[in-house]
Design a protein around this ligand. Structure first.
Ligand SMILES: [Zn+2]
Length: 118
């Protein structure tokens, strides 16, 4: 079981990561909007601009998904259920939480989950 001190450190890491992602998403929204507002007369410019915009949108989608996981983890910290595997109710190893603070499953369950979602 993670100690309160360890959970506090992980909470800080989650909050920091949340802030970074929130500002990244804001930036990529701005970029997408700028690209959409841009007047593209040149075909080459347009191709370049739309591939940039595509990349930004993919990043935004991935980061939104991570943000959702971070928010769930932060809620779990507040309700005292943090660090417990959602599948088997065992404690998630602290090493795993340090590597991935928003982990919702322990390592064995994660492997089963990934196996089932291939
Ligand atoms: Zn588990």
């Amino acid at each position: 079981m993670a100690s309160n001190r360890q959970i506090k450190d992980l909470e800080d890491a989650l909050i920091k990561r949340q802030e970074i992602i929130e500002s990244n998403i804001e930036d990529s929204k701005d970029n997408i909007q700028k690209l959409k507002d841009m007047d593209c007369n040149d075909d080459l410019d347009f191709a370049e601009a739309s591939s940039d915009s595509f990349t930004s949108e993919i990043i935004a989608v991935q980061q939104s998904a991570e943000l959702t996981e971070i928010r769930i983890a932060l809620k779990a910290i507040k309700s005292g259920t943090y660090g417990v595997c959602q599948m088997c109710d065992e404690d998630i190893a602290i090493g795993r939480l340090k590597a991935k603070p928003f982990a919702a499953y322990c390592t064995p369950c994660r492997e089963i989950y990934e196996e089932n979602n291939k």
